[in-house]
Design a protein around this ligand. Structure first.
Ligand SMILES: [Zn+2]
Length: 224
């Protein structure tokens, strides 16, 4: 069974990027947990370096990852530069990442570009969480939090982004993603209407006809 370690950037006294009341720490926790829930539907184990708004140091994140064997380590972030100056998605891998990390990064990058973000590419960086983790590691920057166009995509296509990330991750694990089927609610009733009558007598006549024809009919009184 595949095992993943999800890492939601920042938290607690470190909000990460902030812009117009938005907080990176909050947004990556929120979306990351939803991606985790999607991926778990396929029997994949997902552990998380944090599940609430609390501070976790970089060292604590890599230590957490080092304790278990994971197939991949995935760190979720949102980018920032100068207000409204940069936009798009970029995914980071370590300086000598290995083929699996590279393949995971490429799939995630491609999936988010398909949702509508501009493509800043897969890049190599000497980040702590990429260097100090054992599993193939990637860090995704899901658009710029200080760019209104990126935020518009992030907010209006939230569900598509969650599904795109889940689908890309599962694809790299060799699992085909399918959307959850919405089941009809057990309590739903389907009423069959024959007609509405302003006059009670006409309604009763219709009931009589239906009963004669073998239907179980009843008059329901309602407002026009
Ligand atoms: Zn960040």
């Amino acid at each position: 069974m595949a095992r993943l370690c999800f890492d939601y950037g920042h938290g607690g006294n470190d909000p990460g990027a902030t812009y117009k009341g938005r907080k990176e720490a909050e947004e990556v926790l929120n979306i990351g947990k939803k991606v985790a829930a999607e991926v778990r539907r396929f029997g994949v184990i997902v552990d998380e370096t944090r599940t609430s708004d609390k501070a976790v140091t970089l060292k604590e994140r890599s230590n957490y990852e080092n304790k278990s064997n994971y197939d991949y380590f995935i760190s979720f972030h949102r980018n920032a530069f100068k207000p409204e100056q940069a936009r798009g998605v970029e995914t980071f891998i370590y300086l000598n990442p290995g083929a699996r990390a590279e393949a995971m990064a490429e799939k995630i990058q491609k999936a988010l570009v398909a949702v509508g973000f501009s493509n800043r590419g897969v890049k190599r960086e000497n980040f702590h969480v990429l260097r100090e983790t054992v599993a193939p590691a990637i860090l995704v920057e899901m658009g710029f939090l200080d760019n209104s166009k990126d935020n518009q995509i992030f907010d209006s296509k939230k569900r598509q982004i969650i599904e795109a990330l889940a689908s890309a991750i599962l694809q790299q694990l060799g699992i085909k993603y399918t959307q959850e089927q919405s089941k009809p609610t057990v309590n739903t009733l389907y009423r069959v209407m024959v007609g509405s009558y302003a006059n009670r007598e006409n309604a009763e006549k219709q009931i009589q006809r239906l009963k004669e024809a073998g239907f179980d009919a009843v008059v329901m009184i309602g407002e026009k």
